[in-house]
Design a protein around this ligand. Structure first.
Ligand SMILES: Cc1cc2nc3c(=O)[nH]c(=O)nc-3n(C[C@H](O)[C@H](O)[C@H](O)COP(=O)(O)O)c2cc1C
Length: 191
């Protein structure tokens, strides 16, 4: 079952924008983050939630989408995320956030997938612009943005070929293909 959930939990970048997500749902997802592992159990992460179209529209222009799809500027109006969870590090609690934000991001996205939603971690963020439009105090370091919605695209996993190319691509039907390295290539020692 965990395998099925992980297989379904792809990075989705096109959504049914008209399908809204309630604050209560975002709170449930952040609660999964709250229960996740944290280095030294310091728990320095905080969350900014958005599920209203006006706030979503402020966030969207500060995100970069699918760097390998050179001809695609990101989701068009109507296919944009209906919610965001912005993960920030509280510098009054900790100075280094290690991999805590990766762990909580995965917890949130797995929870979203289980609810029939989907999303994408966005690390390529115009941080200062986002800080300004949302009036995020300097105290909080912007770490990751999670874009969320009801997925409107098919994403399939492929195997990285002998040429080693890991770039994802989109075919003529709009299906998004994601190459993953074979298991034998990533296990260094099993003696
Ligand atoms: C830390 C991190 C940052 C990422 N940042 C971006 C991003 O800025 N924009 C984007 O479109 N995708 C981003 N992604 C999504 C990756 O491109 C995606 O995970 C990868 O293509 C593999 O696809 P999959 O998640 O479906 O396995 C990010 C993923 C991670 C883990």
């Amino acid at each position: 079952m965990i395998r099925d959930l992980i297989l379904k939990n792809r990075s989705y970048r096109r959504f049914y924008q008209e399908v809204s997500i309630e604050f209560a749902t975002l709170r449930e997802l952040v609660d999964l983050a709250r229960l996740s592992a944290s280095a030294g159990n310091v728990q320095p992460l905080k969350y900014i939630l958005s599920c209203n179209p006006k706030k979503n529209a402020l966030i969207f222009p500060h995100l970069a989408w699918a760097g390998y799809l050179k001809d695609w500027p990101g989701p068009c109006e109507g296919e944009r995320p209906s919610a965001y969870i912005i993960i920030v590090g509280d510098t009054e609690i900790g100075q280094s956030f290690g991999c805590d934000h990766g762990i909580v991001a995965q917890s949130i996205l797995l929870g979203a997938t289980e609810k029939g939603l989907g999303g994408c971690m966005i690390g390529s963020i115009q941080r200062e612009g986002l800080r300004e439009v949302l009036k995020i105090p300097e105290r909080y370091k912007i770490l990751l943005v999670l874009a969320l919605g009801r997925p409107r695209e098919t994403v399939v996993i492929e195997t990285v070929g002998p040429n080693g190319d890991i770039k994802y691509w989109r075919d003529s039907e709009g299906v998004h293909h994601v190459p993953k390295r074979p298991l034998n290539d990533i296990i260094l020692d099993e003696s």
